[in-house]
Design a protein around this ligand. Structure first.
Ligand code: FES
Length: 286
């Protein structure tokens, strides 16, 4: 019998009940047929077994190994490499707070701390009702909507500590929750089956998927010249600037709210800083 290498002693992993095994085998064959080499199907198969049990179990790894003619050590190596595969039971809703640099400074750290306190759980822990697993997540390329929270990989943009608390309260109460963009929300197991490559049959999923939001398209529109330039930097040295020069504009051409930052302040350069003159440094420091 196949063994799995999770912990000691190494016990044979039990198989699925016959009915479950037959159903998963049919699904697995459909997935494997999409690839020229069967081992290429490992990632979707791991999603498939995750959709059955909510996480990747020794039984699931044994199943993947047998279907793909791999060792359980090979399957284990892949399953433990990617953070999208869970290796312990967790909640119906995986609430990931992006705490990478941009989201962190825009409020992601504060959101995470608030949710920890509000839910009474730490990183990668699940609420007692089994509904929500809270975790830090890395950048999901949605920085233009920072700070971002993801629930089962659906985006919730421009969050605040208060909006994030409402979000998890609604999830735990079973109230309908709509992501800011993308497909409607479903449970973690349902998400795993979609990630395994099976059709997304949720009403409105196809219409809602795809398409970037306005913030993501602003740069593209600027590059295409479809909107006025975002910023004109006035000349140094007191040259007359046009009336509109130096005034930032939004993608729609309207002036945004004043938003001073360190980037907007006059820069101190060697030419304007007598304490730090430009030029080669001598032994005497002059
Ligand atoms: S830093 Fe959070 S989405 Fe990029």
């Amino acid at each position: 019998m196949t063994e799995v290498s999770l912990g000691m002693p190494q016990l044979p992993a039990p198989d699925y009940p016959a009915e479950v095994r037959a159903r998963l085998e049919a699904d697995a064959r459909e997935i494997i047929a999409r690839y020229p080499g069967s081992r290429s199907a490992l990632l979707p198969l791991l999603h498939l077994v995750q959709s059955e049990e909510g996480h990747v179990t020794p039984t699931g790894m044994r199943f993947c190994a047998e279907m793909l003619d791999l060792t359980t050590a090979e399957v284990n190596a892949v399953a433990t490499f990617y953070t999208m595969y869970r290796r312990k039971p967790s909640g119906d809703y995986q609430v990931g707070v992006c705490t990478n640099t941009l989201c962190a400074v825009m409020g992601g750290d504060a959101i995470f701390e608030t949710l920890q306190e509000h839910l009474g759980v730490g990183n990668n822990e699940t609420t007692e009702d089994g509904k929500v697993t809270l975790e830090h997540i890395e950048c999901n390329a949605a920085c233009d909507y920072a700070p971002v929270v993801m629930v089962n990989w659906e985006f919730f943009d421009n969050q605040t500590p208060e909006s994030a608390k409402r979000l998890v309260d609604d999830l735990r109460a079973g109230r309908e929750v709509r992501p800011t963009r993308g497909a409607p929300l479903c449970t973690f197991k349902e998400t795993a089956r979609i990630l395994a490559g099976f059709p997304d049959e949720r009403p409105g999923a196809v219409e809602a998927s795809g398409g970037a939001g306005p913030a993501s398209l602003a740069g593209l529109k600027l590059a295409k010249g479809e909107v006025p330039g975002a910023r004109v930097v006035p000349q140094r040295g007191g040259g007359e600037a046009p009336a509109s020069a130096g005034q930032p504009t939004t993608a729609t051409g309207e002036a945004p709210e004043p938003h001073p930052s360190s980037h907007d302040a006059p820069r101190k350069t060697a030419a304007s800083d007598p304490d730090n003159p430009a030029g080669p440094v001598t032994k005497e420091g002059k």
